[in-house]
Design a protein around this ligand. Sequence first.
Ligand code: ADP
Ligand code: MG
Ligand code: MG
Length: 234
Amino acid sequence: MIEIQKLIKQADNKLILRGVDLSITKGETVAILGPNGAGKSTLLKVLANLIKPTSGQVKINGMDLKKEHLKIKKIVGYLPHSSLLYDHFSPLENLVFFGNVYGINNVETSAIELVKEVGLSFFLNEPVKNFSRGMIQRIAIARAIIHEPEVLLLDEPHTGLDQGAIAILNNVILTMKEKGTTTLMVTHDFKQAAEICDRIIIVKNGKIVDDFKIKDRDLNFVSEKYQLLTEGVS
Ligand code: ADP
Ligand code: MG
Ligand code: MG
């Protein structure tokens, strides 16, 4: 579903991504972990077509990002690091606005369903300006999936959320997975990654330095692996 070859990104004479090769199959849920400044967000931004790579190739669902970004845009959902909503819009208006940008049909019905799915029906028509971080993030993720993307890119979706919001977020990600969505999620939260992902990739200094499957939710394995990683990482 996602094929990345020899991806290099340079900015201001600094190599941010120094040759990333990565292959993700349809329906996989993959976490990207790594220290600050490793290049994790940059990798997602390239996939979301926000920034252009310096060199290398990116294919999503067989389409070359360089040539077919307009088609790719329709099948990719992206939740940036600090998600912002329109302050004076309600959840419904925020979702309908983005659904209209994507040109989807029956946008209001989808929006109402999604607001229900993230547990905020009661606030459907309240301006979001007084919402907590968790509530904002729940609407932001609903917005990222309003067009039913085949590929979902999430940048630190769990950061700053309470347990309730984390549970709802995880549920949304797992529901998307059941529908066949491929998810790539940057996180600092190893436990959440182990809980909902099939595979973990470690990025350090612009390169993938480890890549492993989480088998049978074996948390011991994962936490041992994590300790090994953090020894080298901090
Ligand atoms: P991460 O998400 O892993 O914390 P980022 O991908 O945001 O890291 O950034 C990786 C490194 O590249 C950081 O040192 C950051 O300051 C730098 N960087 C990111 N974008 C740019 C840019 N447009 N110009 C120059 N440096 C950048
Ligand atoms: Mg960071
Ligand atoms: Mg980042």
